[in-house]
Design a protein around this ligand. Structure first.
Ligand code: BGP
Length: 463
């Protein structure tokens, strides 16, 4: 059996707004996540989160204890440039600079996401990604990151989950204008994001030698037809483009997939492509694909749409005659209703390999659960089982030709879920806080963190 390479990047992930806290500390500006109305009043907002802003050194020490080879985190745009464009906040630059140095001191490779759902609120006021001015603002922000951290970062990720941000916008805190043609609006945003990240990828290649790599990080999940009816097979191909391939075909191959363009035309939702945009996009040439994987998606052809039976990020909006998501009775579910499908990770890795022939890195994968702290311990065997079965799937995919070069599970530490508070815990490390009571935010290693330490030490042999 072909084995996982010795330089494989074992680690875990976080995102700035869900983990850092310090939402207005040391000159940070507000992002849309800081001003978001929390719909479920029982759950926490993002103001203090896991208080990483005040615990970062201790947090890196814990990562080093677990033997992390990499740490995938995101930089908060408004900590660096409080208004999204304009003045740079020196204190914000200093925070990440210290964090990066501390990681490198412990030989942990930083894998840095530039944008993870936290649009500066000042830019949201002018329309966010729907406004082309934000393209310029993002490129400017990326240049500030290159100027300040470019000497130390080998792996850059432009955008986290472009597809989720578009397809499930309201869930991840992105408002849509009232009475707009939703499809047209989100795919205009998509086009603008694509141009923005293509410009940043080109700039990265111009500035740095080939040791510095840049890629994008959509949420990719293989699509299964609900049956072997030819109509369901067609639906699975359609939804696969809407859910996955549209965003990668364009940035990797420079082509907008016709399956979705045909739907947009039919729905009177074609977005604007300005002169010169396609040339910019064709020069993107990402060096790798990062992707987040939680589950697969099962779909059927449909006459009528009934989209909202599945929980949050698993929903993909469907269209009559195009396809819609259904639940898969063959799969067990997490406490939060997400289907668990380790085999699907193998399928996804091999599909990515076949379709794009690029190195890939898994930047999120994990299980959200109501962990319990009992007598100072968290016995999260369900998390061990989840991670173990997914790592087994990675090993099978490697043996069958996947060029996967890293696994960063979600999440390194407990953090605030996208819309279900701190109670939906994903971390290897427990954060001792409740929804409304931040307590001391003490860090406690869960059973899974000791298990993962052994996995890393044995380069995935000892599961
Ligand atoms: C992904 C996001 C993460 C993360 C994860 C789990 O979509 O990139 O930010 O939170 O999903 O989702 P949730 O927090 O809703 O359980």
């Amino acid at each position: 059996m072909k084995k996982i390479g010795k330089d494989f990047l074992w680690g875990a992930s976080t995102s700035a707004y869900q983990f850092e806290g310090g939402f207005d500390s040391d000159g940070k500006g507000l992002s849309i996540q800081d001003v978001k109305e929390i719909l479920n009043k029982e759950t926490s907002d993002f103001k203090v989160a896991s208080d990483h802003y005040n615990h970062w050194k201790e947090d890196v020490t814990l990562m080093a204890q677990m033997g992390f080879k990499s740490y995938r985190f995101s930089i908060s745009w408004t900590r660096i440039i409080p208004n999204g464009i304009g003045e740079i906040n020196k204190k914000g630059v200093e925070f990440y600079s210290n964090l990066i140095d501390e990681l490198l001191k412990h030989k942990i490779e930083p894998v840095v996401t530039m944008f993870h759902f936290d649009m500066p609120n000042e830019l949201e006021k002018i329309g966010g990604w729907a406004n082309r001015k934000v393209i310029t603002a993002y490129v400017n922000y990326a240049n500030v990151l290159f100027d300040n951290f470019g000497d130390r970062i080998k792996y850059w990720i432009t955008i986290n989950e472009q597809n989720v941000l578009l397809l499930q916008g309201p869930i991840v805190g992105i408002k849509r204008p009232q009475n707009c043609n939703v499809l047209k609006h989100v795919f205009q945003m998509n086009h603008n994001i694509t141009v923005a990240q293509a410009l940043v990828m080109e700039e990265c290649h111009k500035r740095f030698d080939s040791k510095v790599k840049i890629g994008t990080a959509p949420n990719i999940s293989s699509i299964y037809p609900a049956s072997c009816k030819p109509e369901d097979i067609v639906a699975s191909k359609n939804i696969a483009v809407l859910r996955n391939w549209f965003y990668l075909d364009i940035i990797v191959k420079g082509i907008y997939n016709r399956i979705l363009l045909a739907l947009l035309e039919e729905q009177n939702a074609m977005f604007e492509i300005r002169q010169g945009d396609m040339e910019i996009i064709k020069k993107a040439n990402p060096d790798f694909i990062a992707f987040n994987y939680y589950t697969t998606t099962t779909v059927k052809m449909n006459e009528k749409i009934d989209n909202y039976k599945l929980p949050d990020q698993e929903r993909v909006f469907g269209f009559p005659g195009f396809g819609q998501t259904v639940s898969n009775a063959n799969l067990a579910k997490t406490q939060f209703g997400w289907e668990i499908d380790p085999k699907g990770l193998k399928v996804t890795l091999l599909e990515l390999q076949e379709r794009y022939n690029l190195p890939v890195i898994i930047t999120e994968n994990g299980i959200g659960a109501y962990d319990k702290l009992e007598e100072g311990k968290i016995n999260d065997d369900y998390r061990i089982n989840y991670l173990k079965s997914h790592i087994e799937a990675i090993k099978e995919a490697v043996n069958e030709g996947s060029q996967v070069f890293g696994y960063n599970c979600w999440s390194a530490f407990d953090l605030i879920s996208v819309h279900e508070g701190i109670s939906k815990r994903y971390g290897l490390i427990y954060i001792d806080r409740e929804e409304k009571d931040i307590k001391t935010a003490r860090r406690i290693r869960k059973k899974s963190s000791y298990w993962y330490e052994k996995v890393i030490k044995s380069n995935g042999e000892n599961l």
